[in-house]
Design a protein around this ligand. Structure first.
Ligand code: C5P
Length: 305
């Protein structure tokens, strides 16, 4: 995502982030409709269900306004953060969402975390920060010719703006994630329907955001100005990644999602070692050790009370 925002092509305008956020919502809705069709195994039942759950339950849609508004805000803020912060600073500060998620799990979901679990979460934050700092510094040094040059020449970075954007995203991520988890776990409505409800609200919010911020540019150069294959990849990845998030939240929880994400970063490091000539440094190895210890510490303490 950061690469797509910083590596500009001289003959192409930069794509509008607001349109990317909006398109991701539309693709998410389409993917959910497809999954609902598979689940129900009949178009008729699928339409009937949509009719009942979407048009006849405005109060259920209203419940989704909170997380979808926050996700729309957060998804736009992330583009601002990525454009105004160094990648390493971004990665480090964004790990604070691990702690904000824990705090909102206590507040909204009534979970309790003992001292060992807090220690595990803090270790996770430190470990994943070390791992990511390493992967970021190696990737930026290997691609500095394109990324950094384009960055300094075409963008003026405002670190304070970036920092505020990332901190707001952390709070939003924790709150929206736990709120959505509560909705998924306290009702029997299909997860795909919930995601369609969320997507409809999200698409409306992001449509308003897109018009408010980029109307004149869209009118003069079109909605898909600056789009290329990489942009579509980022958009589709955002949409499908969002659906994966809701699967994890339904069958596990938001805190475990933090662990899963951290372990996935390590797995990509290991795969890159074998496939892509990635040489892990001592920081990466130390970070990996800390993440694994944190996961074991949290898991050992995860027995039902
Ligand atoms: O960083 P965080 O885990 O909060 O990111 C969640 C992402 O997943 C956001 O981009 C949000 O739009 C997306 N999401 C989604 N559908 C859900 C839950 C989250 O698209 N049901």
């Amino acid at each position: 995502m950061r690469y797509s925002r910083t590596a500009t092509q001289p003959d192409q305008p930069m794509y509008l982030a607001s349109t990317a956020v909006f398109m991701a919502e539309l693709i998410k809705i389409a993917a959910c409709l497809y999954m609902l069709r598979i689940e129900e195994n009949s178009f008729r039942r699928c339409f009937h269900m949509l009719y009942l759950e979407i048009f006849h339950k405005p109060q259920e849609i209203a419940k989704m306004l909170v997380p979808s508004g926050l996700y729309a805000l957060q998804n736009n803020l992330l583009y601002i953060a990525l454009g105004n912060l160094e990648a390493a600073t971004f990665q480090v500060t964004y790990q604070l969402k691990i702690l904000s998620t824990a705090a909102f799990s206590i507040w909204l979901l009534g979970r309790s975390l003992n001292k060992e679990k807090w220690l595990a979460l803090i270790l996770l934050m430190i470990g994943v920060t070390l791992v990511q700092t390493e992967s970021v510094s190696s990737s930026s040094s290997s691609s500095s010719g394109t990324t950094c040059t384009a960055n300094t020449e075409s963008n003026i970075q405002r670190p304070l703006v970036g920092l505020l954007a990332v901190l707001t995203s952390c709070v939003s991520s924790g709150f929206a994630g736990c709120y959505f988890e509560k909705i998924l776990k306290t009702s029997t409505t299909s997860m795909w329907i919930r995601n369609i409800q969320l997507g409809l609200c999200g698409a409306s919010f992001s449509f308003i955001g897109m018009i408010a911020s980029d109307f004149s540019s869209i009118r003069s150069q079109g909605m898909f100005q600056g789009y290329n294959a990489l942009t579509w990849f980022v958009v589709i990845n955002q949409a499908l990644g969002g659906l994966l998030v809701s699967l994890v939240v339904k069958y596990a929880d938001n805190i475990l999602k933090g662990f899963a994400t951290s372990i996935s970063i390590i797995l990509s490091g290991i795969i890159s070692f074998y496939l892509l000539d990635f040489q892990p440094s001592i920081l990466f190895i130390a970070g990996t050790g800390i993440v694994i210890s944190a996961t074991v510490l949290y898991g050992v303490n995860n027995k039902p009370l």
